[in-house]
Design a protein around this ligand. Sequence first.
Ligand SMILES: Cc1ncc(COP(=O)(O)O)c(C=O)c1O
Ligand SMILES: N[C@H](C=O)CCC(=O)O
Length: 435
Amino acid sequence: MNSPESKVTNASLFDRACELIPGGVNSPVRAFRSVGGGTPYFVESGKGAFVVDVEGRKYLDYVQSYGASIHGHAHDDVVEAIISAARKGSTFGAPTPNEVVLAQLLIDRVPGCEMIRLCSSGTEATMSALRVARGFTGRNKIVKFDGCYHGHSDGLLAGAGSGLASLSLPDSAGVSPSSIADTMVFEYNTVPTLDESVAAVIVEPVAANMNLVLPVAGFLEGLRAECDRVGALLIFDEVITGFRVGFGGASKHFGVTPDLWCFGKVIGGGLPIGAFGGRGEVMSKLAPIGPVYQAGTLSGNPVATAAGIAALSLLDESSYLMLAGRSKALGEGLSKVFSDVGVNVVVSVFESLLGLFFLDTAPRNYSESKVSGDSGLYSIFFREMLRRGVAFAPGAYEVIFPSLAHSWDDIEWTVDIASAAAGEVAKHIEKRSKS
Ligand SMILES: Cc1ncc(COP(=O)(O)O)c(C=O)c1O
Ligand SMILES: N[C@H](C=O)CCC(=O)O
Protein backbone atom coordinates (compact mmCIF):
# COMPACT_ATOMS: atom_id res chain seq x y z
CA MET A 1 0.00 0.00 0.00
CA ASN A 2 2.90 2.31 0.78
CA SER A 3 5.10 1.34 -2.17
CA PRO A 4 6.08 4.21 -4.49
CA GLU A 5 4.45 2.41 -7.45
CA SER A 6 1.02 2.28 -5.87
CA LYS A 7 1.09 6.02 -5.07
CA VAL A 8 -1.62 5.75 -2.53
CA THR A 9 -1.73 9.02 -0.67
CA ASN A 10 -4.07 10.56 1.86
CA ALA A 11 -5.23 12.94 -0.86
CA SER A 12 -5.87 10.23 -3.47
CA LEU A 13 -7.79 8.13 -0.98
CA PHE A 14 -9.79 11.10 0.23
CA ASP A 15 -10.68 12.11 -3.35
CA ARG A 16 -11.91 8.60 -4.00
CA ALA A 17 -13.66 8.37 -0.65
CA CYS A 18 -15.50 11.63 -1.34
CA GLU A 19 -16.97 10.10 -4.49
CA LEU A 20 -18.05 6.96 -2.70
CA ILE A 21 -18.85 8.00 0.86
CA PRO A 22 -20.63 11.25 1.82
CA GLY A 23 -17.91 13.70 2.80
CA GLY A 24 -15.38 10.89 2.41
CA VAL A 25 -15.88 9.69 5.97
CA ASN A 26 -18.10 7.39 7.97
CA SER A 27 -18.43 9.76 10.91
CA PRO A 28 -18.49 13.54 10.26
CA VAL A 29 -15.86 14.72 12.75
CA ARG A 30 -13.17 12.76 10.89
CA ALA A 31 -13.46 14.99 7.82
CA PHE A 32 -11.43 17.90 9.29
CA ARG A 33 -14.17 20.36 8.32
CA SER A 34 -14.34 21.92 11.74
CA VAL A 35 -10.58 22.49 11.82
CA GLY A 36 -10.42 24.33 8.53
CA GLY A 37 -10.90 21.47 6.09
CA GLY A 38 -8.17 19.77 4.08
CA THR A 39 -7.24 16.16 3.85
CA PRO A 40 -7.59 13.81 6.78
CA TYR A 41 -4.84 11.26 7.30
CA PHE A 42 -5.91 7.70 6.47
CA VAL A 43 -4.62 5.32 9.10
CA GLU A 44 -2.81 2.28 7.77
CA SER A 45 -1.97 0.81 11.17
CA GLY A 46 -1.63 1.59 14.83
CA LYS A 47 0.45 0.20 17.67
CA GLY A 48 0.42 1.47 21.24
CA ALA A 49 0.33 5.25 21.35
CA PHE A 50 1.07 5.69 17.64
CA VAL A 51 -0.70 5.45 14.31
CA VAL A 52 0.89 5.40 10.86
CA ASP A 53 -0.87 6.83 7.84
CA VAL A 54 -0.90 5.45 4.30
CA GLU A 55 2.04 7.71 3.40
CA GLY A 56 4.13 6.20 6.19
CA ARG A 57 3.83 9.23 8.46
CA LYS A 58 3.74 8.40 12.16
CA TYR A 59 1.59 10.31 14.65
CA LEU A 60 1.50 10.20 18.41
CA ASP A 61 -2.24 9.59 18.73
CA TYR A 62 -4.43 11.27 21.34
CA VAL A 63 -7.67 10.37 19.54
CA GLN A 64 -7.40 6.69 20.42
CA SER A 65 -10.75 6.02 18.77
CA TYR A 66 -12.36 8.77 20.86
CA GLY A 67 -11.42 7.00 24.04
CA ALA A 68 -12.16 3.40 23.10
CA SER A 69 -8.51 2.33 23.03
CA ILE A 70 -7.50 2.78 26.66
CA HIS A 71 -4.54 0.41 26.23
CA GLY A 72 -3.41 2.07 23.02
CA HIS A 73 -3.70 0.37 19.64
CA ALA A 74 -3.38 -3.36 19.03
CA HIS A 75 -2.48 -4.39 22.57
CA ASP A 76 -1.10 -7.94 22.28
CA ASP A 77 -3.54 -9.48 24.78
CA VAL A 78 -6.54 -7.85 23.12
CA VAL A 79 -5.38 -8.91 19.65
CA GLU A 80 -4.86 -12.50 20.86
CA ALA A 81 -8.34 -12.55 22.40
CA ILE A 82 -9.86 -11.29 19.15
CA ILE A 83 -8.00 -13.85 17.03
CA SER A 84 -8.86 -16.79 19.21
CA ALA A 85 -12.52 -15.76 19.46
CA ALA A 86 -12.76 -15.21 15.69
CA ARG A 87 -11.31 -18.68 15.04
CA LYS A 88 -14.26 -20.13 16.91
CA GLY A 89 -16.81 -18.18 14.84
CA SER A 90 -17.67 -14.52 14.75
CA THR A 91 -21.44 -14.49 15.23
CA PHE A 92 -24.08 -17.08 15.93
CA GLY A 93 -27.38 -15.47 16.82
CA ALA A 94 -27.34 -17.62 19.96
CA PRO A 95 -26.03 -16.78 23.42
CA THR A 96 -22.31 -17.31 24.06
CA PRO A 97 -20.38 -17.72 27.33
CA ASN A 98 -18.44 -14.46 26.87
CA GLU A 99 -21.65 -12.43 27.21
CA VAL A 100 -22.08 -13.73 30.73
CA VAL A 101 -18.44 -13.11 31.59
CA LEU A 102 -18.53 -9.51 30.32
CA ALA A 103 -21.85 -8.78 32.05
CA GLN A 104 -20.37 -10.08 35.31
CA LEU A 105 -17.21 -7.97 34.88
CA LEU A 106 -19.30 -4.84 34.38
CA ILE A 107 -21.66 -5.54 37.26
CA ASP A 108 -18.79 -6.37 39.62
CA ARG A 109 -17.11 -3.07 38.87
CA VAL A 110 -20.08 -0.72 38.98
CA PRO A 111 -21.80 -0.53 42.37
CA GLY A 112 -25.58 -0.45 42.02
CA CYS A 113 -25.67 -1.87 38.51
CA GLU A 114 -27.53 -5.17 38.82
CA MET A 115 -28.30 -6.23 35.25
CA ILE A 116 -26.72 -5.51 31.88
CA ARG A 117 -27.81 -5.81 28.28
CA LEU A 118 -25.20 -5.71 25.54
CA CYS A 119 -25.76 -4.01 22.19
CA SER A 120 -23.48 -2.80 19.40
CA SER A 121 -22.83 0.91 19.97
CA GLY A 122 -23.14 3.75 22.44
CA THR A 123 -25.98 5.14 20.35
CA GLU A 124 -27.97 1.93 20.81
CA ALA A 125 -27.18 1.95 24.52
CA THR A 126 -28.58 5.43 25.17
CA MET A 127 -31.56 4.97 22.85
CA SER A 128 -32.47 1.70 24.55
CA ALA A 129 -31.90 3.04 28.07
CA LEU A 130 -34.41 5.79 27.34
CA ARG A 131 -36.90 3.30 26.00
CA VAL A 132 -36.69 1.13 29.09
CA ALA A 133 -36.96 4.24 31.28
CA ARG A 134 -40.15 5.21 29.46
CA GLY A 135 -41.47 1.66 29.70
CA PHE A 136 -40.74 1.54 33.43
CA THR A 137 -42.20 4.92 34.34
CA GLY A 138 -45.03 5.02 31.78
CA ARG A 139 -43.96 8.61 30.99
CA ASN A 140 -42.68 10.20 27.79
CA LYS A 141 -40.58 13.29 28.46
CA ILE A 142 -36.84 13.13 28.72
CA VAL A 143 -34.35 15.72 29.86
CA LYS A 144 -30.89 16.18 28.39
CA PHE A 145 -28.27 18.91 28.66
CA ASP A 146 -27.04 21.30 26.01
CA GLY A 147 -23.70 20.15 24.60
CA CYS A 148 -23.99 16.59 25.91
CA TYR A 149 -23.78 14.02 23.12
CA HIS A 150 -25.51 10.69 23.47
CA GLY A 151 -25.11 9.28 19.98
CA HIS A 152 -27.23 9.92 16.94
CA SER A 153 -30.70 8.55 17.69
CA ASP A 154 -33.46 10.98 16.71
CA GLY A 155 -34.74 11.87 20.17
CA LEU A 156 -31.25 12.80 21.36
CA LEU A 157 -30.24 15.03 18.47
CA ALA A 158 -31.32 18.18 20.24
CA GLY A 159 -28.69 20.45 21.74
CA ALA A 160 -26.12 17.75 21.00
CA GLY A 161 -22.38 18.28 21.33
CA SER A 162 -19.41 16.65 19.55
CA GLY A 163 -19.60 16.68 15.74
CA LEU A 164 -22.90 18.57 15.75
CA ALA A 165 -21.40 21.33 17.86
CA SER A 166 -18.35 21.66 15.65
CA LEU A 167 -20.42 21.76 12.47
CA SER A 168 -22.54 24.47 14.13
CA LEU A 169 -25.68 22.44 13.47
CA PRO A 170 -28.25 23.07 16.20
CA ASP A 171 -29.73 19.68 15.46
CA SER A 172 -30.04 17.45 12.44
CA ALA A 173 -32.15 17.63 9.31
CA GLY A 174 -34.22 14.49 8.98
CA VAL A 175 -35.24 14.46 12.62
CA SER A 176 -38.98 15.01 12.68
CA PRO A 177 -40.29 17.58 15.16
CA SER A 178 -42.37 14.84 16.77
CA SER A 179 -39.23 12.77 17.51
CA ILE A 180 -37.81 15.52 19.68
CA ALA A 181 -41.09 16.89 21.00
CA ASP A 182 -40.56 14.98 24.24
CA THR A 183 -36.92 16.02 24.62
CA MET A 184 -36.27 18.96 26.95
CA VAL A 185 -32.84 20.55 26.84
CA PHE A 186 -31.33 22.39 29.83
CA GLU A 187 -28.03 24.02 30.58
CA TYR A 188 -25.33 21.71 31.96
CA ASN A 189 -24.46 22.25 35.62
CA THR A 190 -27.86 23.71 36.48
CA VAL A 191 -30.35 21.38 38.12
CA PRO A 192 -33.70 21.81 36.35
CA THR A 193 -36.99 21.67 38.19
CA LEU A 194 -38.80 18.60 36.91
CA ASP A 195 -42.41 17.52 36.97
CA GLU A 196 -44.19 14.18 36.91
CA SER A 197 -44.20 13.99 33.08
CA VAL A 198 -40.44 13.27 33.01
CA ALA A 199 -39.43 9.65 32.45
CA ALA A 200 -35.69 10.20 32.64
CA VAL A 201 -32.82 12.62 32.87
CA ILE A 202 -29.83 11.59 30.77
CA VAL A 203 -26.46 13.21 31.42
CA GLU A 204 -22.78 12.75 30.77
CA PRO A 205 -21.56 12.82 34.39
CA VAL A 206 -18.39 14.43 33.08
CA ALA A 207 -19.25 16.18 29.84
CA ALA A 208 -16.72 15.18 27.19
CA ASN A 209 -18.45 16.22 23.98
CA MET A 210 -18.46 19.99 24.52
CA ASN A 211 -14.74 19.82 25.11
CA LEU A 212 -14.29 18.81 28.76
CA VAL A 213 -16.75 20.32 31.22
CA LEU A 214 -16.71 19.01 34.76
CA PRO A 215 -19.80 18.77 36.93
CA VAL A 216 -19.86 21.48 39.60
CA ALA A 217 -20.25 20.35 43.19
CA GLY A 218 -23.85 19.39 43.80
CA PHE A 219 -24.92 19.07 40.15
CA LEU A 220 -25.04 15.28 39.94
CA GLU A 221 -26.36 15.01 43.52
CA GLY A 222 -29.01 17.62 42.66
CA LEU A 223 -30.11 15.63 39.60
CA ARG A 224 -30.38 12.51 41.74
CA ALA A 225 -32.53 14.33 44.30
CA GLU A 226 -34.75 15.97 41.68
CA CYS A 227 -35.31 12.66 39.88
CA ASP A 228 -36.22 11.04 43.20
CA ARG A 229 -38.61 13.87 44.00
CA VAL A 230 -40.69 13.36 40.84
CA GLY A 231 -40.11 9.63 40.30
CA ALA A 232 -37.99 10.04 37.14
CA LEU A 233 -35.02 7.80 36.38
CA LEU A 234 -31.49 9.15 36.29
CA ILE A 235 -29.34 7.83 33.43
CA PHE A 236 -25.58 8.31 33.42
CA ASP A 237 -24.18 8.13 29.91
CA GLU A 238 -20.77 6.67 30.71
CA VAL A 239 -19.91 5.76 27.13
CA ILE A 240 -16.75 7.85 27.53
CA THR A 241 -16.26 7.88 31.30
CA GLY A 242 -17.05 4.21 31.94
CA PHE A 243 -13.88 2.29 32.84
CA ARG A 244 -11.81 5.32 31.84
CA VAL A 245 -12.14 7.61 34.83
CA GLY A 246 -11.57 4.77 37.28
CA PHE A 247 -12.57 1.21 37.96
CA GLY A 248 -16.24 1.98 38.60
CA GLY A 249 -16.55 4.93 36.23
CA ALA A 250 -17.93 8.35 37.12
CA SER A 251 -20.80 7.14 39.30
CA LYS A 252 -18.36 5.50 41.69
CA HIS A 253 -16.01 8.46 41.53
CA PHE A 254 -18.71 10.97 42.50
CA GLY A 255 -20.65 8.62 44.77
CA VAL A 256 -23.89 9.28 42.89
CA THR A 257 -25.80 6.19 41.78
CA PRO A 258 -28.03 6.51 38.73
CA ASP A 259 -30.87 4.13 37.91
CA LEU A 260 -29.36 3.27 34.54
CA TRP A 261 -25.90 3.41 32.99
CA CYS A 262 -24.83 3.45 29.35
CA PHE A 263 -21.46 2.10 28.31
CA GLY A 264 -19.47 1.67 25.09
CA LYS A 265 -15.93 2.37 23.88
CA VAL A 266 -13.53 0.87 26.51
CA ILE A 267 -15.78 -2.13 27.22
CA GLY A 268 -15.33 -3.38 23.65
CA GLY A 269 -11.53 -3.27 23.59
CA GLY A 270 -11.75 -1.37 20.29
CA LEU A 271 -14.53 -3.43 18.70
CA PRO A 272 -18.11 -2.21 18.19
CA ILE A 273 -20.07 -2.60 21.38
CA GLY A 274 -22.46 -0.85 23.72
CA ALA A 275 -24.21 -1.79 26.93
CA PHE A 276 -26.85 -0.43 29.23
CA GLY A 277 -27.66 -1.62 32.67
CA GLY A 278 -29.06 -0.71 36.02
CA ARG A 279 -31.45 -1.68 38.74
CA GLY A 280 -32.96 -5.14 38.32
CA GLU A 281 -36.55 -3.93 38.58
CA VAL A 282 -35.99 -1.47 35.72
CA MET A 283 -33.99 -3.82 33.48
CA SER A 284 -36.59 -6.56 34.02
CA LYS A 285 -38.96 -4.51 31.89
CA LEU A 286 -36.96 -5.62 28.84
CA ALA A 287 -38.21 -8.33 26.48
CA PRO A 288 -38.35 -11.29 26.71
CA ILE A 289 -39.27 -10.96 30.39
CA GLY A 290 -40.93 -7.56 30.08
CA PRO A 291 -42.87 -5.44 27.60
CA VAL A 292 -40.03 -3.17 26.35
CA TYR A 293 -38.64 -4.46 23.05
CA GLN A 294 -34.92 -4.18 22.35
CA ALA A 295 -32.82 -6.50 20.19
CA GLY A 296 -29.80 -6.87 17.91
CA THR A 297 -28.45 -9.46 15.46
CA LEU A 298 -24.87 -8.78 16.58
CA SER A 299 -25.64 -7.92 20.21
CA GLY A 300 -23.22 -9.62 22.59
CA ASN A 301 -20.99 -10.47 19.65
CA PRO A 302 -18.44 -13.13 20.66
CA VAL A 303 -15.44 -11.34 19.17
CA ALA A 304 -16.35 -7.95 20.64
CA THR A 305 -17.03 -9.47 24.05
CA ALA A 306 -13.70 -11.32 23.95
CA ALA A 307 -11.90 -8.05 23.19
CA GLY A 308 -13.82 -6.29 25.94
CA ILE A 309 -13.06 -8.97 28.51
CA ALA A 310 -9.36 -8.83 27.61
CA ALA A 311 -9.29 -5.02 27.81
CA LEU A 312 -11.13 -4.83 31.13
CA SER A 313 -9.10 -7.66 32.65
CA LEU A 314 -5.91 -5.69 32.04
CA LEU A 315 -7.17 -2.75 34.09
CA ASP A 316 -6.63 -2.36 37.81
CA GLU A 317 -6.35 0.52 40.27
CA SER A 318 -2.69 1.03 39.35
CA SER A 319 -3.53 1.46 35.65
CA TYR A 320 -5.80 4.35 36.49
CA LEU A 321 -3.24 5.95 38.78
CA MET A 322 -0.62 5.75 36.06
CA LEU A 323 -2.96 7.16 33.43
CA ALA A 324 -4.11 9.98 35.69
CA GLY A 325 -0.49 10.87 36.56
CA ARG A 326 0.55 11.14 32.93
CA SER A 327 -2.58 13.06 32.01
CA LYS A 328 -1.93 15.53 34.82
CA ALA A 329 1.64 16.04 33.61
CA LEU A 330 0.40 16.59 30.07
CA GLY A 331 -2.15 19.12 31.31
CA GLU A 332 0.50 21.00 33.28
CA GLY A 333 2.86 20.95 30.31
CA LEU A 334 0.23 22.31 27.94
CA SER A 335 -0.72 25.07 30.38
CA LYS A 336 2.91 26.08 30.75
CA VAL A 337 3.73 26.28 27.05
CA PHE A 338 0.79 28.60 26.42
CA SER A 339 1.58 30.70 29.45
CA ASP A 340 5.20 30.99 28.21
CA VAL A 341 3.96 32.61 24.99
CA GLY A 342 1.36 34.78 26.71
CA VAL A 343 -1.76 32.96 25.50
CA ASN A 344 -4.49 32.45 28.07
CA VAL A 345 -5.69 28.88 28.18
CA VAL A 346 -7.40 26.65 30.69
CA VAL A 347 -6.46 22.99 30.57
CA SER A 348 -9.06 20.92 32.38
CA VAL A 349 -7.95 17.48 33.46
CA PHE A 350 -10.20 14.84 34.89
CA GLU A 351 -8.44 11.52 35.39
CA SER A 352 -7.44 10.62 31.79
CA LEU A 353 -9.59 13.19 30.00
CA LEU A 354 -8.18 16.56 29.00
CA GLY A 355 -9.83 19.66 27.61
CA LEU A 356 -8.01 22.67 26.20
CA PHE A 357 -9.86 25.99 26.27
CA PHE A 358 -8.80 29.36 24.93
CA LEU A 359 -10.47 31.02 27.90
CA ASP A 360 -9.51 32.59 31.22
CA THR A 361 -11.68 30.35 33.34
CA ALA A 362 -12.96 26.81 33.03
CA PRO A 363 -16.39 26.71 31.36
CA ARG A 364 -19.39 25.31 33.22
CA ASN A 365 -21.65 24.69 30.23
CA TYR A 366 -21.81 24.59 26.46
CA SER A 367 -22.37 28.34 25.94
CA GLU A 368 -19.18 29.08 27.85
CA SER A 369 -17.24 26.33 26.06
CA LYS A 370 -18.47 27.66 22.72
CA VAL A 371 -16.59 30.93 23.25
CA SER A 372 -13.38 28.91 23.00
CA GLY A 373 -14.70 26.80 20.10
CA ASP A 374 -15.72 29.92 18.20
CA SER A 375 -12.31 31.55 18.63
CA GLY A 376 -10.87 29.33 15.88
CA LEU A 377 -7.65 28.99 17.89
CA TYR A 378 -8.01 25.26 18.45
CA SER A 379 -7.89 24.69 14.67
CA ILE A 380 -4.53 26.45 14.46
CA PHE A 381 -3.15 24.51 17.40
CA PHE A 382 -4.50 21.23 15.98
CA ARG A 383 -2.85 21.81 12.59
CA GLU A 384 0.48 22.89 14.08
CA MET A 385 0.53 19.78 16.28
CA LEU A 386 -0.47 17.47 13.46
CA ARG A 387 2.20 18.68 11.06
CA ARG A 388 4.76 18.01 13.79
CA GLY A 389 3.43 14.47 14.32
CA VAL A 390 0.98 14.74 17.22
CA ALA A 391 -2.65 13.93 16.48
CA PHE A 392 -5.31 15.54 18.62
CA ALA A 393 -8.96 15.19 17.60
CA PRO A 394 -10.03 17.26 14.58
CA GLY A 395 -12.72 19.12 16.51
CA ALA A 396 -12.69 21.80 19.20
CA TYR A 397 -15.42 20.01 21.16
CA GLU A 398 -13.63 16.68 21.45
CA VAL A 399 -11.28 15.84 24.29
CA ILE A 400 -7.70 14.62 24.47
CA PHE A 401 -7.39 10.92 25.30
CA PRO A 402 -4.01 9.72 26.59
CA SER A 403 -3.82 5.94 26.73
CA LEU A 404 -1.90 3.52 28.91
CA ALA A 405 0.54 3.17 26.02
CA HIS A 406 1.61 6.84 26.24
CA SER A 407 4.96 6.81 28.01
CA TRP A 408 6.49 9.62 30.06
CA ASP A 409 8.75 10.28 27.07
CA ASP A 410 5.71 10.58 24.82
CA ILE A 411 4.17 13.11 27.20
CA GLU A 412 7.39 15.09 27.35
CA TRP A 413 7.71 15.04 23.57
CA THR A 414 4.10 16.21 23.21
CA VAL A 415 4.82 19.16 25.46
CA ASP A 416 7.93 20.04 23.41
CA ILE A 417 5.91 19.95 20.22
CA ALA A 418 3.13 21.93 21.87
CA SER A 419 5.63 24.61 22.77
CA ALA A 420 6.28 25.28 19.07
CA ALA A 421 2.59 24.99 18.20
CA ALA A 422 1.61 27.40 20.98
CA GLY A 423 4.13 29.89 19.55
CA GLU A 424 2.27 29.74 16.22
CA VAL A 425 -1.05 30.32 18.00
CA ALA A 426 0.47 33.36 19.72
CA LYS A 427 1.71 34.72 16.37
CA HIS A 428 -1.75 34.25 14.90
CA ILE A 429 -3.37 36.14 17.78
CA GLU A 430 -0.89 38.96 17.35
CA LYS A 431 -1.50 39.14 13.60
CA ARG A 432 -5.24 39.09 14.15
CA SER A 433 -5.03 41.93 16.67
CA LYS A 434 -3.18 44.09 14.13
CA SER A 435 -5.58 43.49 11.25
C1 LIG B 1 -21.07 10.17 25.81
C2 LIG B 1 -21.37 9.45 24.54
N1 LIG B 1 -22.53 8.78 24.44
C3 LIG B 1 -22.85 8.09 23.34
C4 LIG B 1 -22.01 8.06 22.26
C5 LIG B 1 -22.40 7.28 21.05
O1 LIG B 1 -21.59 6.15 20.93
P1 LIG B 1 -21.34 5.47 19.50
O2 LIG B 1 -20.54 6.43 18.71
O3 LIG B 1 -20.63 4.20 19.84
O4 LIG B 1 -22.69 5.22 18.91
C6 LIG B 1 -20.78 8.74 22.31
C7 LIG B 1 -19.81 8.76 21.20
O5 LIG B 1 -20.00 8.69 20.08
C8 LIG B 1 -20.47 9.45 23.48
O6 LIG B 1 -19.34 10.13 23.58
N1 LIG C 1 -17.39 12.71 20.31
C1 LIG C 1 -17.75 11.53 19.56
C2 LIG C 1 -17.79 10.38 20.49
O1 LIG C 1 -17.37 10.38 21.59
C3 LIG C 1 -16.78 11.33 18.46
C4 LIG C 1 -17.05 10.11 17.65
C5 LIG C 1 -17.59 10.47 16.32
O2 LIG C 1 -18.51 11.28 16.23
O3 LIG C 1 -17.13 9.87 15.35
